[in-house]
Design a protein around this ligand. Sequence first.
Ligand code: AMP
Ligand code: MG
Length: 399
Amino acid sequence: MVSVEEAEQIILAQTIDFGAESVPFEQALGRVLAEEIRADRDLPPFNRVTMDGIAINYQSLTDGINTFKIKGTQAAGDDPIQLSVLDECIEIMTGAALPDTADTIIRYEDVELRAGLATLTTDEIKQGQNIHYKGRDKKQGDLVAEPGCTVDATLIGFLASVGKSQVLVRKLPKVVILSSGDELVEVSDTPTPYQIRRSNNYTIKALLYIYGIGADMLHLPDHQETINTELKACLDNYDIILLSGGVSMGKFDFIPNELKKLGVAQLFHKVQQRPGKPFWFGKNEQNTLVFAFPGNPVATFMCMHRYFIPWLLKNINATEKTTEYAILDNDYRFQLPLTCFLQVRLYYNGNCQLMAKPIEGNGSGDFANLIDTDAFLEMPIQEADFKSGEVFKVWRFSV
Ligand code: AMP
Ligand code: MG
């Protein structure tokens, strides 16, 4: 049996380079950048008008001019229309390029238009107002996003604007999710009174989907030879096997033994934690990693967040997430010599401190309780009486 910290170290020490691949930028959401993204030209690329109105030369105001002849109308995208005299203006639209001969934009709300003339109705005008200057946001070649960044909606928009139709992202591992147990039936089946529908595999699949991984699923019956054959095929075809169930002390928990027979070395079995104590972890010579989680849904879910996701993020070179902490809002007693992962609901108190309210549920089989909670609070093995106000590491369920 290993401690939570030892299990974490052993897992994080397993590094695999999955490489990078080019994908259409619209499909890059949630993926980790593997290249630098730079501005392809100055941003904005020209002095951009930011209000619909008229463009003038500010000198005309200093000369006491208040009414301007409208020389023409310039829409966004048009070539600039130049002013030839001081008492001229151009009607100009948001997004248009400022003519060199103008330096100030007055919005329509501050102008009266009549018979080809524009008369100002305000004298509060600043030279250079309502202009977004060329290169003010970024200069051509400036770095905007670094490798390791997760692509989000704002970056997708940026990729579009700089013409990156294809973007280099970290490749994702090929993952198979295995469920095991003869008591488990498919979602569309009606269970007998003593069967249940399998669900952990769908939880895992949904979690992986957040990171862009479309995992395959397979169900193993509690039958030794079948388990052996199926596991062998999975070891040959996938980078990662995520197993849920069949790794405890039960008579039909054949999996660790079959994995060993197939050349998967056990790196640990059992972690000093609740839930998730029977967690088994190993790898074969080809570096296929096997995360075999206990079948209880809360245990599987906790182990995914505490162990698998940090491993995944590290191995796809994602920028490390900052460790989060929360304050326990109630005394809590846990006397077993195990690290306790307590289900909590998070909220902010009046001082904007992140607080954790224990919502205990009925143990690791109570998956309904997960719906009412947001995170696990990691409570160290050394303590038994946790006091309200103490601070602990927190593992949020969702990104
Ligand atoms: P095991 O780790 O195989 O002893 O399973 C522990 C408990 O988790 C048992 O009550 C199983 O029925 C349940 N269980 C195992 N796998 C799944 C699954 N994929 N979905 C839902 N429950 C499961
Ligand atoms: Mg089982």
